[in-house]
Design a protein around this ligand. Structure first.
Ligand code: HEM
Length: 485
């Protein structure tokens, strides 16, 4: 039974899926869900190629690379134990991803079947993506690595001990040099939703692949996506049975204080006070801090946490009528709002809604960095970090060029997307990277729900609060590939 990648919404028990689930790495079709991660970017020791190959093979054979099937079995057991009131068994999630250089280091020189951006690596796209110069990336990322080992666990000390043990093992065996280690740590609000460092609920809108994960309401936005959004045949696995996915990793530092001060300046410029002030940031992100889409909110008021159960709504689009008004003119969510730039939900310019959807990705990032006062505790400006914290952005896709790069370059960084008139839209105020010397400008509605040009106020401060510190393009190979090494 072969797997049809064009199929949307498959069952976990679909025979075609079950036939590949043991060979596919986990975390691609559903998130591993752990709150703590450790990832090591390494360069293999060229003098030990045979040993490295043997080691990777052993990892796959001994199930120390988590397959999609294993991930689901672990999650089912965890949920069952939790439901029964028992302390759930915490198990490691492990993923192994290779760069094109990594394949070469393992002895594979003919990589023509892989995505061209993957073959070239992230550094080759630096100018195209308006990324900082490679010399300004963090040291470990300036020299391209061969592989990324991802560990995830629910208990932080256990995770950290494992990462330390693994790094020591690589060093002792002289298998690889560790170029960079990143620890991810999930923050949550009072009701357990994950927050990013600017204080907004993250991870709400994701493509969904399994019927079991399908939300009940999907009239206005159906997140169910075909498997081909993220899966491609593994060129070095068993034809028809082995699949993999491209993995983009970017370390994105967040200047929290700078961003929150700018939100306040915007609120002042728009005359928003007290409870209304939160709308300034909500228009920048596209959702209120509790996850409520600005477009869906029938009121200009801050949506309080007691409404949080409805905060994470994702069944919406910008043409939908709320209280008799659509949001096609950006009177509630301006066109530059981060979630509108990165998913226009059928209101982008020039592409059919079906084509537009194919630029989305399965986002698997996690926040990093320690802070004394967490976002949920509403720190004062001088208690907010300006560096050392951020997002370990990660995404799975079937084409780096058509998904991650398209989103960053053609949507987030492009001032004229989706519109250049009557006002230019401006870059994405969260992740947009202007061209060198390009001025940044945005327009925000001064009166709620009124997107007419006369109601728009120019405000120029939103850029540069997220800084790319390094990253690379990887492939998550099938387990068969590792077993055949
Ligand atoms: C530090 C950097 C970033 C921050 C703080 C951030 C924050 C957020 C937040 C708060 C949301 C709303 C929650 C949700 O809908 O899941 C969101 C959604 C999203 N972000 Fe980001 N993000 C960052 C980087 C990126 C990058 C680099 C990309 C892609 C190039 C991206 C693409 C998206 C997409 C596609 C959505 C979902 C939009 C939708 O479907 O409505 N984000 N982000």
């Amino acid at each position: 039974m072969s797997l049809d990648l064009t199929k949307s919404g498959i069952s976990q028990t679909d025979p075609g899926y079950l036939a590949i689930a043991n060979d596919l790495q986990g975390n691609i079709l559903t998130s591993h869900g752990r709150n703590f991660t450790g990832q090591l970017l390494v360069r293999f020791n060229p003098a030990k190629r045979a040993d490295v190959r043997a080691y990777l093979k052993k990892l796959a054979i001994t199930e120390r690379i988590t397959s999609a099937k294993q991930q689901r079995a672990d999650a089912d057991l965890f949920n069952k134990q939790k439901k029964a009131g028992k302390v759930p068994t915490q198990v490691f999630f492990r993923g192994v991803y290779l760069t094109a250089k990594g394949y070469e280091a393992l002895g594979f020189t003919n990589l023509h079947q892989f995505d061209s951006q993957f073959q070239a690596g992230m550094q080759a796209s630096q100018a195209d993506l308006h990324d900082p110069l490679v010399n300004d990336w963090e040291g470990g990322y300036q020299n391209e690595g061969d592989a990324l080992f991802l560990f995830a666990h629910g208990v932080e000390p256990t995770l950290r001990a494992k990462v330390a043990e693994f790094a020591a093992f690589l060093r002792d065996q002289k298998l690889a040099k560790v170029l960079a280690v990143e620890y991810g740590k999930g923050f949550t609000n009072e009701v357990g939703d994950h927050l990013e460092h600017f204080g907004y609920v993250d991870g709400v809108s994701q493509p969904v692949f399994f019927t079991q994960d399908t939300p009940p309401d999907r009239t206005n936005w159906n997140p169910v996506a075909p498997l081909k959004l993220v899966l491609v045949p593994d060129p070095m696995g068993t034809p028809g049975q082995s699949f993999g996915s491209y993995y983009v990793f970017r370390k994105l530092e967040q200047n929290v204080r700078g961003f929150k001060e700018m939100e306040k300046s915007l609120a002042d410029a728009l005359g928003l006070e007290d409870d209304d002030a939160e709308r300034a940031g909500a228009m920048v992100v596209g959702r209120f801090e509790n996850g409520m889409p600005v477009t869906m909110s029938a009121t200009d008021k801050k949506v309080t946490l007691k409404d949080n159960q409805i905060g994470k709504i994702n069944d919406f689009n910008y043409g939908q009528l709320i209280d008799g008004h659509d949001d096609l003119k950006g009177g509630r969510c301006p066109f530059q709002g981060h979630i509108r730039k990165t998913n226009p939900r059928g209101t982008g310019d020039g592409e059919s809604p079906a084509d537009e959807r194919m630029h989305l990705m399965a986002r698997r990032g996690i926040t990093y960095g320690d802070r004394l006062i967490e976002p949920k505790d509403e720190p004062d400006f001088d208690e907010m970090p300006t560096e050392g914290v951020g997002l370990l952005f990660a995404s799975f896709q079937s084409s780096i060029g058509e998904q991650f790069e398209f989103t960053q370059k053609n949507w987030a960084n492009l001032s004229s997307f989706p519109f250049s008139s009557p006002d230019i839209t401006g870059i994405d105020p969260v992740i947009g990277q202007p061209a060198p010397g390009e001025a940044v400008s945005h327009c925000f509605p001064t009166v709620w729900n009124d997107g007419s040009p006369g109601n728009m106020k120019q405000f120029d401060g939103f850029a540069g609060f997220v800084t790319m510190k390094g990253g690379d393009y990887f492939f998550a190979p099938s387990l068969t590939f590792f077993k055949n090494l």
